[in-house]
Design a protein around this ligand. Sequence first.
Ligand SMILES: Nc1ncnc2c1ncn2[C@@H]1O[C@H](COP(=O)(O)OP(=O)(O)O)[C@@H](O)[C@H]1O
Ligand SMILES: [Mg+2]
Length: 411
Amino acid sequence: MSSSVVREVQFPKQPALQLIYDTAPIGLAYLSPDCRYLQINQRLTEICGISVEGHLGRTVRDCVPGLASAVEDIVRSIMESGEPVTGIEVYGQRPGHNDERCWITHWHPQRGPNGNIVGVNVAAEEITDRKRHERELRSARDTAEAALRRLKEAQDSLVEAEKLAALGRLVAGVSHEINSPVGTSLTVASVLESKTAKFAAEVARGGLKRSSLNEFLAVVKTASTHLTGNLARAAELIQSFKQVAVDQGHLERRTFDPSELTQRLAASLEPELRKSGLTLNVECLSGLTMNSYPGPCGQVLTNLLMNAIVHAFPDGKSGRIDLAIRACGEGDIEIAVSDNGCGMSADLRRQAFNPFFTTRRHEGNVGLGLHIVHNIVSGRLGGRIKLESKPGVGTRIQMIVPRVAPETGEA
Ligand SMILES: Nc1ncnc2c1ncn2[C@@H]1O[C@H](COP(=O)(O)OP(=O)(O)O)[C@@H](O)[C@H]1O
Ligand SMILES: [Mg+2]
């Protein structure tokens, strides 16, 4: 059967159909069951660059050998199943061109009067530009992701460096603080040692005078007072250093009601409050539950309430401290400790959370309270903390912590 006969028989030249072929913005072709072009429009010839006439009656294998196997498979599957095949991507390169182009193709069986499949209609939409955009987008995304990864790594190492620096500052602070009571104790102990040696020599010589005995007793008494005081101070300091790095093993996690925790705390602070003429107002609905660390939570509240008692009302004025706990957002709890005391200057606010920053060193404060609070809230409890304070107005510390603490929070 010659190609022109095939065209006459199977693809009658209907003017309307021809017009669609000539003007459609997509590639169209009609293939015989043995993969010969019975019709093709100008647009689809762009795949191989052969003219419309050059295609007619010739096989796909003759015209676009690179695509022949795929096309033959598709046509065979349609002949066998009678089902259309859609959404197949086809890549082609015209001879002499090195830009690859891409089409998305749809294949539908054409049936004759007796229901037999007599040919296959192909519609092909060029998606070269879309593909290029997709490639560009993908590569832009890859580049952005790589940049993000690098940024994350840089950030991680910065965080590590900052942690190390903070640790360094902490160790320096600890040594500095502990140096004074331990140093004093050492001096006192060595004075005591030499006095004891002298006294022992006097005893050995015989004829110990009562005045020498009294003098030695006085020395021992003063020395032991100094030693007890300084060593107690050292022990107290060590206790507060230990709180900075809360021992991971001693942390109990459980479900608890923060209002019960606050009631107990308020009761234990009652004597301090009464002594200072301060009122503590606790506002906390019972029935809130948290699955978190009651120990560190209590430590945070104690530190903040003690700060309000110790720092906010320096001139012995009476005042008011508020502790409010309420549910907040999806799964968070807001805890706010505020006072109407002296407040803090901007300079003080900036330094308040630094380890060893205190305005009451002479009264024996160490300046670790807020540092510990910050560590616990942002580490172990997985929350965040905000300090607001105005000189003469008061201080408010707000914390938002999840009701269910993160599994692997650091203390
Ligand atoms: N409620 C408050 N009102 C005013 N100043 C405060 C308050 N809480 C903390 N401060 C200031 O912040 C400093 C740091 O507090 P903190 O870290 O707890 O150390 P410390 O209590 O040992 O001084 C305090 O010395 C004080 O100057
Ligand atoms: Mg404090």
